[in-house]
Design a binder for this molecule. Structure first.
Ligand SMILES: [Zn+2]
Ligand SMILES: [Zn+2]
Length: 424
């Protein structure tokens, strides 16, 4: 028995409406709790014990749960504002599928450390889809590109994103400029770390494409639709796999393309900006800017509610606001003026497990002392011949403690059974 669950019951917790499946019994290695009849529920009720662990702690511990072949797991790695803060990085959502594929949608400022905290080999975090080129949607790209290599990625990083009305407004220009910005960084690592994972593949596509296939592999289709936000170029994405539909707006004003193609999504993540009143009182915007940015550049909470009333997803996810004890009730009340369906008010590390029968919403509990995992392919050492090295000026400043270094080499070689000679 995997899913003998009833339709999800929604309850509101701390301003966050979460989908929970009623019942308490837990399938080992699975995120799902299930029940059917009262007798079954009674028979499978967990025996509480003063010495044994609880069978269900209702949180997600990264790296501890198998993903079922028919299951999608989505983790919020950034849900806040362009001014990232400790509690909320800027836009980033990780989609993991039961076929083994993983996709990153937007990679805003501060989100790389959230991705790291999920304890996933960086070789698997090699596909990024950028909705638009605001820094709160791709500001951590350099961190993933370089940090992923240091974290043992040996595969190229593949990035998809839109063009615009001018080449210099497009994704290829932005990432080409990022590579240029990191010229010293890349040169400095040659011969010191293996940089085969530093290859960057950029796939730029037409921002005007409507339901345009931008990725199709391994049973997964990702399409783009135009978005309306700040300047021509932004897009939203729809991912289809195994009968499940994931829709991600990135940033957009309500638009006809979303309403048509995101309709009926299993998980629909759409921006929901702070309402103008909070943009003034909390973010310290002048009133005219708060009204313009909050309702013309972005989608306000009541506009978000209207969008979701027409989208009718199995779960609507609102993100792109600072989600606090005093802001969440205001945002939720405004959403509820126009929408009464299933709702999550996203915060970083919120996790949704989705299959055809149920959606389970939990928070991830991460290890702040996390280390990178090994590469999924044997890790090759750097080639010292690639090393650029110093000028005589800098070399002449070195104080070489040969006796100390020799001891470090000797002890390390002994520990690992190697025979790497100390440089002289
Ligand atoms: Zn934006
Ligand atoms: Zn944004």
């Amino acid at each position: 028995m995997r899913f003998k669950s009833k339709a999800p019951t929604r309850i509101a917790l701390g301003g966050v409406a979460v989908g929970l499946v009623a019942g308490l019994s837990l399938m080992a290695g699975s995120p799902w709790v299930s029940t059917s009849t009262a007798e079954e529920a009674k028979a499978s009720a967990p025996a509480l014990s003063p010495v044994k662990p609880l069978s269900d702690r209702d949180v997600y511990y990264p790296g501890t749960e198998a993903l079922a072949p028919d299951e999608m797991r989505v983790t919020a790695c950034g849900t806040g504002m362009p001014n990232a803060r400790p509690k909320q990085a800027a836009a980033c959502f990780l989609v993991e599928l039961g076929n083994g594929d993983k996709f990153i949608f937007d990679i805003g400022s501060g989100s790389f450390e959230r991705l790291s905290a999920l304890a996933i080999p960086f070789d698997y975090l090699d596909k990024v889809f950028i909705g638009h080129l605001h820094s709160d949607h791709f500001g951590a790209m350099a961190d993933l590109w370089v940090g992923g290599v240091i974290g043992n990625r040996q595969r190229p990083l593949r990035v998809w994103g839109p063009n615009s009305t001018k080449p210099e407004y497009g994704t290829a220009y932005a990432l080409g400029s990022m590579e240029k910005m990191l010229t010293w960084d890349a040169a400095s690592r040659l011969g010191n770390v293996n940089t085969q994972g530093q290859k960057l593949e950029v796939h730029e596509f037409d921002y005007k494409g409507v339901n345009q296939v931008v990725y199709q592999e391994n049973g997964v289709t990702i399409r783009s639709i135009p978005a309306i936000h700040a300047l021509d170029g932004p897009v939203s994405y729809i991912l289809d796999w195994n009968g499940l539909k994931f829709a991600f707006s990135s940033d957009t004003y309500p638009n006809k393309w979303w309403l048509e193609y995101a309709k009926g999504a299993d998980l629909a993540i759409h921006e929901c900006f702070l309402p103008p009143s909070l943009l003034v009182s909390k973010q310290k915007f002048p009133v005219p800017d708060a009204l313009n940015v909050g309702t013309q550049v972005h989608t306000s909470p009541s506009m978000f509610g209207k969008v979701m009333s027409l989208t009718e997803p199995r779960m609507a996810v609102a993100y792109h606001f600072f989600n606090d004890f005093d802001t969440a009730p205001v945002v939720e009340a405004q959403i509820r003026q126009t929408y009464d369906g299933p709702l999550s008010l996203a915060v970083d590390y919120m996790v949704w497990n989705i299959n055809k029968d149920a959606i389970r919403t939990r928070m991830a509990v991460v290890n702040e002392d996390v280390w990178p995992l090994p590469s999924v392919t044997p890790k090759l050492p750097a080639d010292p011949k690639e090393r650029i090295g110093f000028t005589d000026f800098t070399t002449g400043g070195r104080e070489v403690f040969l006796d100390v270094i020799q001891k470090v080499y000797d002890e390390t070689n002994k520990e690992f059974g190697t025979d790497v000679p100390a440089p002289n």
